[in-house]
Design a protein around this ligand. Sequence first.
Ligand code: SF4
Length: 359
Amino acid sequence: MSWLEHIGVSGVHAKRIFAQVYREACLEWQEGTNLPLKLRRHWTESWCKIPLQVSRVLTSNYDGSVKFVFALEDGYEIESVLMPETSRTTVCLSTQVGCRQGCRFCHTGRMGLLRQLTTEEIVGQVMAIEAWMRRHPDWNDSHHRGSRVSNVVFMGMGEPLDNLEALIPALKIMLDPWGLGLAPRRVTVSTAGHLDGLRQLVDSGVHTAIALSLHSPFRQERSRLMPINKRFDLDDVLDFLDQVTREQNRHCLVQYTLIGGKNDTLDHARALGELLQGRAVKVNLIPFNPVDSVAFVPPEPLMVQKFRDTLSNYGLRIMVRYSKGQDIAAACGQLIRKKQTRKSVSKAAATQVSSYVSG
Ligand code: SF4
């Protein structure tokens, strides 16, 4: 805002620009009808460029989830998912092209880290999705939604806390009343247990909900599933989260993917219960989503039920959550792996942000 005023844009017009870009997802200058023509041209030519384009859109036949494949300016692709729910509209965002954490059950982890996303590319995912929602009232009507995103989860491609340089400014824009204006409890940063990043996020003063992917209460097994466990000890991560939840008087979310015959036994449930008992956590149990080329299988439905029942003996709040968008490979751990190189995506093939390509 002060920068716009500094370059001569009046306070009134600066406020209109912010409202139009962040509140109304108007990304084309022709749409900015309450601004002087000169400002609208200048805006679209130099200020309001979203550095990604919708390459493909796939809609789930089962739950209405929409997966967006975005082409970045250097040709890499990332994915984001729009999920309609009973009382909210959530988007799952990416923070990296690929990921260096190498979790063994995750498609993205097998890509390695190709590059970090910029702040503009992170916030741009929400803006492009809101622009799409605005242009597709058919989707909004069928899900009884407006054209705004109400919740953001950083559970797409990448470990968000491995890209704090871009993440923290992106969070500030999302939480700012002049930005996307989201409530802190409606923005969830998920981590595989990056303790250094957690400390820096908390020290930055940016408050959001935090989710920890845990996946095994046994240290050696967790290190095999999630190599980050060798770098940041799980006890240290949980102790730090205890401190944060105490100081900020809130819960932390624990994500536990149930993998058939691997981490879904009752021994695991009891050990997990003992590890989390007395902590301010809510537990999400997520049955594993099949991923090509990953040699794991989903759990038996009966095991999911027994696991939950056993865990509930420890006084924990538990939800079993089935990932959305499984039929369009948009569920947790399923986001793209196919070999990517810079400029591997033809610019001609990529469509404008506002285009709708039905999958
Ligand atoms: S689960 Fe998350 S942290 Fe682990 S490899 Fe996949 S994207 Fe990275």
